[in-house]
Design a protein around this ligand. Structure first.
Ligand code: TNX
Length: 675
C-alpha cells in the first residue's frame, strides 16, 4: 500500500428537475488520519454544495469541497461529499473532475497535498452519446491500422457523411496524394528517383526550401549549375505571390515561383509526393502541378496558456503546418491560467504567472494538480520559434489576451492592475470573477504599452493579437474610476470602455508599424478603425457581417474550425462540445462566408484558421490527436478553391497522408468507423 492511498468514486445521478447530483465517496486506504481535510479537483462548471458539504471555493475550474462537520477521516474509512449542477454538466469522460487531490494537515500543523485516484464512476448511466472506450494517448494500434489503409470508413461520427476509403495499391500511388488539393495536376508516366543526394540549383530565395527538403528527406543537397541540376528553382514573375508550378520528369524536378513563398509551397508538394521505395530510393511520379492558394492567411491558433506546450512541441507543430501549406501561427500566449512569454520589464509575469499549484499565485486548473505546473518561453525560445517558422514561410502572430482572460497578469502584477475600489460582480464563461483589466486605470495602459512594446520588438510579423474575447456582463459597473472615465468621455456602456482601450492599443501598435488583431468582440463599442483584423468565431454569418463592414476577417467559426471540440458523440472521445461535435466531414464542410458576402466583403475575408484551445490538451500526444487529421481538412479549405473542394477526393488522399503522419510519429486520431 502507498503511504497515502486515496481513491474517490463518483456517483452521478440526473434528477427529475434537471439537476445532476454527484456523490463523491472518498476512501482513505492509507495508514494515516486525514485531519482538517478538503477535497480539490477541477471542474469548469457551476456547482452547488449539497447536504453535509461546503463549497469552500470555486476559482475558474478549481473546486475545493470540505465536510461541513470537519471530522478527520480515519484509515480504512470512507465518507461522502455531495454537490449538484446543471443536468448537462457531465456527459463525457472529459467532463469528469480531474486533478483530484486532498489537502490536509499533518500533526505538526503543516499542510500537505495528496493525490487521489479516480476510482469508480457511472458515467455510462448518464452519458448522452454512445459509450465506447477510445484509445487515446500515445500512438496506438488503431492508428497504425488506419494508417495502413485498412479502415472501412471516414467520418463515422453522429450524422457524418460516410465515404469509403479505397484500399490497396491505388492508394499507395503517390500520384493521388497531395493535401491540400492543388489547382491543377497532370500526371504523366514515369518517375524521377534519387538515393542519398540531389544536385540543386536556385536563387537565394530558394535556400530555405532547399534546406527544409533536404532535412525532411535526409537527402544531401549538393549545389550544382542550372544545366546539371536535378532540382531547379526558377523565378517566374508572372506567377503570383505564393503560387508555384512544379514539373517532374525523369531527369529531375523544376519548381517555378515568383518568390520564396512560391518556392516553399512547391517544395511542400515535392515533399508530399516523395515515396521511399523498398531499396531506400526516393521516387517522385512525373507530372505537372499549377497551384495557387485561395486564401493568403491560412492559420492555426494554438493555446499554450491553459496547458504549456514546450518549445519542441511548438516547433514540431510548425513543421506539420508547413507540410500542409499553412502559413500563419497564431500563438495564444496568455490567458487566465498562465502567462507564457518572458517580458523583461515585468519578470513577475513569468516568475508568478507562468505557474499553477499549491503555494503559487494561480491555483491548479484543468487537472494539473497540487504540484507546481507550467512554463514559459524565454526571449530566446520566442526567437527560435520565429526563426523556425520563418524558414517555413510561417508568420507568427503573438496573442496577449486582454482585457478579459487576464487573471495570470492581474495576479502577477496586482499593484498596477487591481482597482481596489471596483466592487463589480461578474462571472465569465470560465467562471472567474477577477480576470478583467480595467480600462480606467492608468496602470492598465502602462502595463499594456510596456508589454506590447517588447512584443513588437520581438515579433517581426505585421499583426499583434490583443484578444478582446469574452468580457463578461457586469464588469466595470461598480468601479468609480470607470464611472468617472465614462462620464469624461461620454461613454454609455462597457463595450465603449473596452473599445476605448483597444483603440488606444491600436494606435500604440500602429506607431510600431503593427496592425491590431482581435477576436470578433474587438469591434464591440465601435472604436477601432478598419485596419483591424478579427477572428470570426461565433458562426459563419458573423464573418460575413464583419467583412462586409470593412474589417479584415479570418474565419474560424467554432463548429467547424475549433479542433478542441470532440470528434463525435462517443462519451469517451475527448473534447469540448459547447459548439457541437466536429468530425472530419463537419470540419471539411466548412465554407466561410454566406451568400450575403459582398464583393468588397470577399476581399476583406483574408483567411481561414483552425483553433486548438487548450483546456483539455495536455502534452504533445493529446495535441496531435486533436489536430490530426482534422487540420488537413482545414488546410484544404484554406488553400483549395471552393469549386475544387471535394470530400470524396479528400478522403481518397487520407490513407497515404495518415501513413506519412504516422511515419513521423504523429499521434493522429484514427479515422475508423469503430472509434
Ligand atoms: C471559447 S471563442 C474561447 C476560449 C475557450 C474556448 C473553448 C473564444 C475567443 N474563446 O477561451 O478556450 O471557447 O472551446
Amino acid at each position: 500500500m502507498d503511504e497515502y492511498d486515496l481513491v474517490v468514486d463518483f456517483d452521478l445521478r440526473r434528477e427529475v428537475e434537471g439537476e445532476l447530483h454527484v456523490r463523491a465517496t472518498l476512501h482513505n486506504r492509507s495508514l494515516h488520519d486525514l485531519i482538517s481535510w478538503s477535497l480539490k479537483f477541477d471542474l469548469p462548471k457551476s456547482i452547488r454544495a449539497r447536504e453535509g458539504t461546503d463549497l469552500v471555493s470555486h476559482i475558474g475550474s478549481h473546486v475545493t469541497l470540505a465536510p461541513t462537520e470537519p471530522l478527520s477521516l480515519a484509515p480504512g474509512r470512507s465518507t461522502d461529499l455531495a454537490f449538484s449542477g446543471d443536468g448537462s454538466m457531465i456527459q463525457r469522460l472529459s467532463d469528469l473532475p480531474r486533478g483530484i487531490y486532498v489537502s490536509c494537515e499533518e500533526e505538526n500543523g503543516k499542510s500537505i497535498h495528496l493525490p487521489v485516484s479516480l476510482g469508480e464512476h457511472n458515467l455510462e448511466t448518464i452519458a448522452t452519446g454512445q459509450v465506447i472506450q477510445t484509445p487515446y494517448g500515445s500512438v496506438n494500434d488503431a492508428a497504425v491500422s488506419a494508417a495502413r489503409g485498412q479502415v472501412g470508413s471516414v467520418g463515422a461520427g453522429a450524422g457524418a457523411r460516410q465515404a469509403a476509403i479505397p484500399s490497396g495499391s491505388t492508394m499507395a500511388d503517390p500520384r493521388y496524394g497531395i493535401v491540400p488539393r492543388p489547382s491543377q495536376l497532370q500526371v504523366t508516366d514515369g518517375s524521377f528517383s534519387r538515393d542519398t543526394s540531389i544536385d540543386c540549383f536556385g536563387p537565394s530565395e530558394a535556400a530555405c526550401a532547399i534546406d527544409w527538403l533536404g532535412g525532411s528527406l535526409s537527402l544531401q543537397m549538393t549545389a550544382a549549375d542550372q544545366a546539371g541540376a536535378q532540382l531547379r528553382f526558377v523565378v517566374d514573375t508572372d506567377l503570383s505571390h505564393e503560387s508555384y508550378r512544379l514539373t517532374i520528369d525523369p531527369a529531375g524536378i523544376t519548381i517555378q515561383g515568383a518568390d520564396a513563398a512560391g518556392f516553399f509551397n512547391g517544395t511542400a508538394s515535392v515533399l508530399q509526393l516523395a515515396e521511399r521505395s523498398g531499396d531506400g530510393r526516393i521516387l517522385w511520379p512525373c507530372g505537372v502541378i499549377e497551384d495557387t492558394p485561395r486564401f493568403a492567411f491560412r492559420g492555426l491558433m494554438l493555446d499554450c496558456a491553459r496547458h504549456f506546450h514546450d518549445k519542441e512541441t511548438v516547433l514540431r507543430t510548425l513543421d506539420l503546418m508547413a507540410q500542409f501549406k499553412l502559413n500563419r501561427f497564431h500563438w495564444h500566449l496568455t490567458d487566465d491560467e498562465g502567462w507564457r512569454i518572458e517580458i523583461q520589464a515585468f519578470p513577475e509575469l513569468t516568475e508568478r504567472g507562468a505557474w499553477r499549484g499549491e503555494g503559487e499565485v494561480l491555483e491548479a486548473q484543468f487537472g494539473t494538480g497540487p504540484e507546481r505546473y507550467g512554463g514559459f518561453y524565454s526571449r530566446q525560445d520566442v526567437q527560435d520559434v520565429i526563426d523556425y517558422a520563418a524558414v517555413r514561410q510561417i508568420q507568427v502572430i503573438p496573442e496577449i489576451d486582454i482585457p478579459g482572460h487576464s487573471r495570470a497578469a492581474i495576479k502577477s502584477c496586482p499593484e498596477l492592475l487591481v482597482d481596489e475600489a471596483d466592487d463589480s460582480q461578474y462571472c465569465g464563461a470560465q467562471l472567474y470573477t477577477d480576470n478583467v483589466l480595467n480600462p480606467a486605470l492608468p496602470g492598465t495602459y502602462q502595463f499594456l504599452h510596456t508589454v506590447l512594446d517588447e512584443v513588437c520588438d520581438l515579433f517581426p510579423g505585421e499583426y499583434v493579437h490583443v484578444g478582446a474575447d469574452e468580457v463578461p456582463p457586469g464588469v466595470w459597473e461598480q468601479s468609480p474610476a470607470c464611472r468617472d472615465f465614462m462620464a469624461e468621455h461620454g461613454y454609455e456602456n462597457a463595450h465603449e470602455l473596452q473599445g476605448h482601450l483597444l483603440r488606444d492599443l491600436q494606435e500604440h501598435l500602429a506607431k510600431k508599424g503593427k496592425k491590431l488583431m482581435g477576436w470578433e468582440e474587438a469591434v464591440h463599442g465601435d472604436k477601432l478603425d478598419h485596419s483591424a483584423t478579427v477572428n470570426a468565431w461565433g458562426g459563419i454569418p458573423i464573418g460575413t457581417e464583419l467583412a462586409n463592414a470593412g474589417y479584415g476577417v479570418v474565419a474560424c467559426a467554432a463548429p467547424f474550425a475549433y479542433l478542441d471540440l470532440a470528434w463525435d458523440a462517443n462519451a469517451y472521445e475527448p473534447g469540448y462540445y459547447w459548439a457541437g461535435t466536429n468530425d472530419l466531414a463537419q470540419c471539411y464542410g466548412y465554407e466561410p462566408g454566406t451568400p450575403e458576402l459582398t464583393e468588397e466583403g470577399a476581399a476583406q475575408m483574408i483567411g481561414v484558421q483552425a483553433a486548438l484551445w487548450g483546456e483539455l490538451v495536455k502534452g504533445r500526444a493529446q495535441l496531435e490527436y486533436m489536430l490530426f487529421p482534422r487540420l488537413l481538412a482545414m488546410a484544404e479549405t484554406a488553400w483549395t478553391a471552393a469549386a475544387d473542394k471535394d470530400w470524396e477526393h479528400f478522403v481518397q488522399q487520407l490513407p497515404r497522408q495518415m501513413t506519412r503522419l504516422h511515419a513521423q510519429g504523429v499521434n493522429h486520431r484514427p479515422v475508423d468507423a469503430d472509434s
